[in-house]
Design a protein around this ligand. Structure first.
Ligand code: AMP
Ligand code: ZN
Length: 466
């Protein structure tokens, strides 16, 4: 399996630090608003990377943070006349809803910056002890020039970076390239006690600390959008490697931007759509499919036409699966494969292998999707009245399995009919009368799974579809 590593600028064979395990960290969003579909790109891309590793049999420990203390959150809290906690909690909850809609698996751990302050103080103290950081009137800076490898990820030269950089009057740095690890509070800002000042951490330190705490000093993959390469990831490397004395991440993966009119979609530029906006227009599975239709290292230009094209493409796949499901319901089919079918399945297998080959080549989801379309074409032209159950099952399951690796659900949920609901409710009432509460609960849960909510009213049980 090959991964393009930003650190070496090459595709490299993936060799995990520990056999059979992948430890990966993905920088998450700052939570002061609904996430936009640009933020959704790394979420979808790296969730797909995780799913592919799992498909290959790896156990994946996947950590992704929420930055819940930051200038933008503070500004939003002031605008709304509330506190930062209320803002960040609200948008973490909203972000998790969007993630569920896009079928993004919850991380093994979603650490919050505000819950990891002690760890950050500890790492900053270590950096000071080792001479990599210094306290200047309550602000702690990282001594960038002391870290020899600075610039190795972004391929920037520290002297070139420094040219034209000035130290602002209020900053008391030794060198313009030094960056903040801890800063004193300003009036009305949230703060924590520390050996240097009542204040809060700089942004970069949280990822170094969370990654170490939940994954260890050295991890396999560190990922995020390409705007994070510099300075965020460069600074993370400096902090972690200076503090821990070992290589931080073996492979650095970065997704390209989602653009509008060839400009990066961003909140500050105001040219963005939230995931929530899009969910009102199309199913979020379409958004996910759209995102994966391009290779993650290529920029994607967002437009309604391209989303429509993605919708049509995905419809072709879901319709094929639906047709196979209907065929399988027809009675009287032979169970077993015929010899001809066995031969056809060999051909089918050759197409399916292309999915794995594409994914093995730096997660080329664009080519993987082409392989799925070819599988669909094959199924459409080879499944018929006389096909056996085994043949239809094989065609259908392979499409579902691969779409599941891409995180896209293609099976239509079976609708539950009103009459069936009424029957189940009656059965639940009887179970309750007989004090069989276990069965009553079971029926309630079963209905809940189908999106049916029960309301116990004086007039009896009423129900609605959620
Ligand atoms: P932020 O909340 O700005 O820190 O962004 C969270 C994640 O979204 C980071 O990995 C960013 O690199 C990524 N990101 C932000 N905007 C875009 C965009 N337009 N296209 C792709 N990724 C983006
Ligand atoms: Zn980060």
């Amino acid at each position: 399996m090959k991964i393009y590593n930003t650190l070496t600028k090459k595709k490299e064979e993936f060799v995990p630090i520990e056999d059979g395990k992948v430890r990966m960290y993905v920088c998450g969003p700052t939570v002061y608003n609904y996430i936009h579909i640009g933020n959704a790109r790394p979420m979808i891309v790296f969730d797909t990377v995780r799913r592919y590793f799992e498909h290959k049999g790896y156990e994946v420990n996947y950590v992704s943070n929420f930055t819940d203390v930051d200038d933008k959150i503070i500004k939003k809290a002031i605008e709304e006349g509330t506190d930062t906690d209320t803002i960040s909690k609200r948008y973490i909850a909203e972000c998790k809803k969007d993630m569920a809609g896009m079928n993004i698996k919850p991380a093994t751990k979603h650490p919050l910056a505000t819950e990891e302050i002690q760890g950050m103080i500890d790492m900053i103290s270590t950096l000071i002890e080792k001479g990599y950081a210094y306290n200047s009137n309550g602000t702690v800076y990282f001594r960038t020039r002391k870290f020899e490898g600075y610039g190795k990820l972004s391929k920037k030269n520290i002297d070139e970076l420094e040219a034209g950089k000035r130290i602002a009057v209020e900053e008391q740095k030794e060198d313009p390239m030094d960056f903040v690890l801890w800063k004193p509070k300003k009036d009305g800002e949230p703060f924590w006690e520390s050996p240097w000042s009542e204040g809060r951490p700089g942004w970069h330190i949280e990822c170094s600390v969370m990654s170490k705490k939940y994954l260890g000093d050295s991890i396999d993959i560190h990922a995020g959008g390409e705007d994070l390469i510099f300075p965020h990831h460069e600074n993370e490397i400096a902090q972690s490697e200076a503090a821990n004395g070992v290589q931080f991440a073996k492979y650095w993966m970065h997704n390209a931007f989602l653009n509008i009119d060839n400009k990066k979609m961003s909140k500050s530029a105001g040219n963005f759509f939230t995931v929530r906006d899009i969910s009102e227009k199309v199913d979020l599975m379409v958004l996910r499919f759209f995102m994966l239709s391009a290779h993650y290292r290529n920029p994607v230009n967002f437009s309604e036409e391209l989303v429509d094209a993605a919708k049509n493409g995905l419809d072709r796949i879901t319709t094929a699966v639906d047709t196979l499901t209907h065929m399988l319901k027809k009675d009287g089919r032979d169970e077993k494969l015929t010899d001809d079918e066995a031969k056809l399945l060999e051909e089918y297998k050759a197409i399916t292998t292309r999915f794995d080959e594409a994914m093995d080549d730096d997660f080329n989801t664009a080519d993987a999707i082409t392989a799925i379309f070819d599988m669909v074409k094959f199924a459409n032209s080879n499944a018929d009245e006389n096909s056996s159950v085994a043949f239809l099952d094989a065609l259908k399951n392979q499409i579902i399995e691969y779409m599941d690796i891409l995180g896209i659900k293609v099976e239509k949920e079976e609708e539950i009919l009103d009459a069936d609901i009424e029957k189940l409710i009656e059965e639940r009432q009887n179970a309750r009368k007989e004090k069989n509460f276990a069965r009553a609960d079971e029926i309630r849960d079963l209905l809940a799974e189908k999106g049916i909510v029960l309301l116990d009213t004086r007039e009896g049980v009423r129900w609605k579809r959620n």
